[in-house]
Ligand binder design. Structure first.
Ligand code: NAD
Length: 250
């Protein structure tokens, strides 16, 4: 018996990285999975690989009309993973409005539109679970990440509003806060430059950066009935990164 038997899940930004790892784990655990992304080729390839339990649907999370079209096309879901996200590095004084708005549209507005799109179906079904991917930048700030940090704090906040409003309808809403995870997000934001993550990882209590599968495991728990008493909460998986403060000396 799978931990997600009978659940229908939509995952955004699932063509690669943490979203793809989550889609794989969801299928292994018995869920029907709708893989969505703007990367059509990668998304279709993953859905083909995962077989009958998976399908791909193009979805730009920042486009209101595309959310409506997606739900029309795939039907209602009882699990939503708002995973799609982008990163932009620049000091605050050099951050262009267009870059700030681009990050907010995908990370913050995309999460809002996603929750709003699935809630009627979840209410009709008698409940559901929404998992919003924030970050450790939704708990504490990082320099040169003003738009990203703002968007991830907003996700943490809107998760709690949704949990308060929807708990009585059987819908649980939680945020996940990954630390540094080895995916394409960082190289993409740096224009293809690869950073030596081993050096970054050595500074952490667990002495390494995380893997996408380690976030997928947390999301399986939150999507499953094992987390039936969890809502409005923050789930951190960061190798211990946020256990210290700036004045600590190791
Ligand atoms: P990734 O870049 O590998 O995956 C992000 C996915 O989102 C990609 O497939 C991309 O095509 C998709 N995407 C981008 N814009 C989109 C849009 N407008 N509509 C739909 N899909 C879109 O990165 P990842 O590490 O797997 O990131 C997943 C989530 O985890 C993001 O929300 C990210 O902010 C968050 N996160 C990542 C890290 C990390 O260190 N990698 C740390 C904390 C939080």
């Amino acid at each position: 018996m799978g931990r997600l038997d009978g659940k229908a899940a939509l995952i955004t930004g699932a063509a690669r990285g943490q979203g793809a790892a989550t889609a794989r784990r969801f299928v292994e655990e018995g869920a029907r999975v709708i893989i969505t992304d703007v990367l059509d080729d990668e998304g279709k390839q993953l859905a083909d690989e995962l077989g009958d339990a998976a399908q791909f649907q193009h979805l730009d999370v920042s486009e209101e009309d595309e959310w409506a079209a997606t739900i029309d096309a795939v039907g209602q879901v009882t699990v939503l993973v708002n995973n799609a996200g982008i990163l932009h590095f620049a000091p605050l004084a050099d951050t262009k409005l267009a870059d700030y708005e681009r990050v907010i549209r995908v990370n913050q507005i995309g999460t809002f539109l996603g929750m709003r799109a699935v809630v009627p179906g979840m209410i009709a079904a008698g409940g559901g679970s929404i998992i919003n991917t924030s970050s450790i930048e939704g708990l504490a700030a990082a320099p040169t990440l003003v738009a990203y940090t703002a968007s991830k704090f907003a996700i943490r906040g809107m998760t709690k509003v949704a949990a308060l409003e929807l708990g009585g309808k059987g819908i649980r809403v939680n945020s996940v806060h990954p630390g540094m995870i080895d995916t394409q997000m960082l190289p993409t934001a740096l224009g293809g430059i690869n950073v030596d993550l081993t050096r970054v990882g050595k500074r952490l209590p667990l002495r390494r950066v995380g893997e996408a599968e380690e976030i997928a495991s947390l999301i399986v728990f939150l999507a499953s009935d094992e987390s039936s008493y969890c809502t409005g909460a923050e789930f951190v998986a960061d190798g211990g990164a946020t256990a210290s403060h700036a004045l600590s000396v190791t």
